[in-house]
Design a protein around this ligand. Structure first.
Ligand code: AHR
Length: 517
């Protein structure tokens, strides 16, 4: 080796030791956790793993509802099959903002006689109303899931909403039950989850909370128990940290609200310039991770306010819209909100779901926005091809938590620091199902460093651990129509059980789901 080469190598070694090696020592902390497997009380409602399908872009038309070669509308079987694999517990419809523009009677009766409307809120496209109440309920049957219908307060009337309620739920004879039968459905559907408007502070009518609280009571009053269906009434909740909204709603109308519907999106940049879904820096990754902590703050603070009015926690806090909102995919109609979905979206989804689980006592429903082709979609569909996004795979990994019992934990989350800003590195939740299997889901938000986690499992003897992991080399790895399986869960061999101690080697930027029995 000549002298300049030797010097180069020494300098390289010194550089590595100083800047890479030491930061590795500083950040690759060994973390400790305790899981109390015999001390769970609260059920993690399966409805936390819920979904949302709006008449927006290619979610309904071109997603769930597609045309055959002759132009006839039909259900998209590929979408239905994929969603059934992850046991979707509910679907919220028809919006979103669209709900406060929608007149349900346009979407019943013979399809070729339904009036066309303009979807003025999303892209100014023609809404042909070929997907209406019967088609939505047909989708619900095929998915074997629970419907959540959102009624129109912003541009509708009490009578219109009340008629929809009767059309859905009255056994008859009655004008609405007879009309339903004329349209091919004799039996009532028994839809209990009903939203009284959407985002009434914004696209749902730009209302003050005091005004909406009064309107809510007026509309909700007429959603009465009907032919054996007990209504579950959902009020438009706050936008993000609008605590005043929550306080006013609980004070003025809390006793009439079954679920208060908070909406919060993860926007990395500004609303005008949100940033690319696929082309982002580590700083933008870090900001997204910080938002998962903000969700915890939102749920804590809104719950604290609700506790003051409702200590028994009878009213649920719902997160009816959540997910990452990026700039639209280049070349697509901006009003269609179509975006790609990378490992970053998956780690955010995993962390958010862990946060919801931890708040399961108050948070009993949540809906990812949205299901197909829109925002943080579960599925992308185009011309007969389907892609399962990284976010879809997170919902698959987390299935064990649905209706399981939340376990208490003592957790050292470590820190992930970037540019002097720190956020917890590890997100985790644990539950026990009705067959005594313990489920632990974790996300390592640090894109650079793995973490070793030592878990002391108390209160239950287990003899085996198995798991799956979702990870990749690059922060922006994603699935495309050309490469649909680039990112999918694989079997995880980084967990070892020694008596009651479980050691987990969490790769950087990863999601892991473990099952112990
Ligand atoms: O999910 C897209 C839109 O975001 C919804 O229509 C609206 O409720 C929210 O502002």
């Amino acid at each position: 080796m000549n002298v300049p080469t030797m010097i180069r190598r020494i300098l390289l070694f010194a550089f590595f030791f100083l800047f890479v090696g030491t930061s590795a020592f500083a950040q690759n902390q060994e973390l400790e956790m305790i899981v109390n497997a015999d001390q769970g009380e609260t059920t993690i409602s399966r409805h936390i793993y819920g979904h949302f399908a709006e008449h927006l872009g290619e979610d309904i038309y071109g997603g769930f509802w597609i045309q055959d070669d002759n132009g006839n509308w039909q259900y998209n079987q590929q979408v239905i099959d994929a969603l059934k694999e992850v046991n979707v517990p509910n679907v919220r419809w028809p919006g979103g903002c669209f709900a406060d523009y929608y007149h349900w009677q346009d979407g019943i009766g013979p399809r070729d006689e339904r009036p066309a409307q303009l979807n003025t809120i999303w892209g100014g496209v023609t809404e042909d109303n070929s997907f209406g109440t019967h088609e939505f309920m047909g989708l619900i049957d095929r998915l074997d899931t629970e419907p959540i219908i959102v009624g129109n307060v912003g541009s509708g009337t009490v009578e219109e909403m009340n008629d929809w309620w009767k059309y859905l739920n009255h056994a008859g004879p009655s004008p609405m039950a007879d009309l339903r039968a004329e349209n091919g459905r004799e039996e009532p559907w028994g839809v209990k989850y009903f939203g009284v408007g959407n985002e009434s502070w914004g696209c749902g009518g730009q209302m003050r909370p005091q005004y909406y609280a009064d309107l809510y009571k007026r509309f909700a009053e007429y959603l009465r128990p009907m032919s054996g269906t007990e209504p579950y009434q959902i009020a438009a909740g706050p936008s993000g940290d609008n605590y005043e909204w929550t306080r006013t709603m609980m004070e003025e109308a809390g006793w009439m609200i079954d679920g208060l519907d908070l909406h919060h999106y993860t926007v990395v940049g500004t609303w005008e310039d949100k940033g690319s879904a696929t082309d982002f820096t580590e700083a933008e990754w870090h900001t997204a991770m910080q938002d998962t902590r903000f969700m915890d703050e939102l749920l804590t603070r809104h719950s604290n306010i609700m506790d003051q009015y409702d200590p028994e926690k009878e009213t649920a806090l719902i997160v009816g819209e959540w997910g990452m909102w990026h700039d639209p995919m280049p070349g697509t109609e901006p009003g269609f909100l179509k975006q790609q979905n990378t490992l970053r979206d998956a780690v955010v989804a995993a962390s958010m779901l862990n946060v919801f689980n931890q708040h399961a006592e108050r948070v009993r429903m949540a809906n990812l926005a949205q299901t197909v082709n829109v925002l943080q979609a579960m599925l992308l569909y185009e011309d007969g091809q389907l892609v399962k996004t990284p976010t879809y795979h997170v919902f698959d990994l987390y299935q064990g938590h649905m209706d399981a019992t939340l376990l208490s934990m003592d957790v050292d989350r470590g820190t992930y620091t970037h540019d002097g800003e720190s956020t917890p590195a590890i997100s985790v939740s644990a539950s026990k199902d009705d067959q005594d299997r313990v489920h632990i889901t974790l996300a390592n938000k640090d894109p650079n460093q793995p973490r070793t986690i030592s878990v002391d499992l108390r209160g239950q003897d287990v003899s085996s651990v198995s798991g799956r992991v979702l990870t990749a080399d690059q922060m922006n790895t994603h699935n495309t129509f050309e490469q649909p399986n680039r990112l999918q869960p694989t079997s995880f061999d980084g967990a070892e059980l020694d008596g009651t101690t479980l050691t987990i080697e969490m790769p950087s930027k990863s999601v892991v789901a473990l099952e112990l029995q």
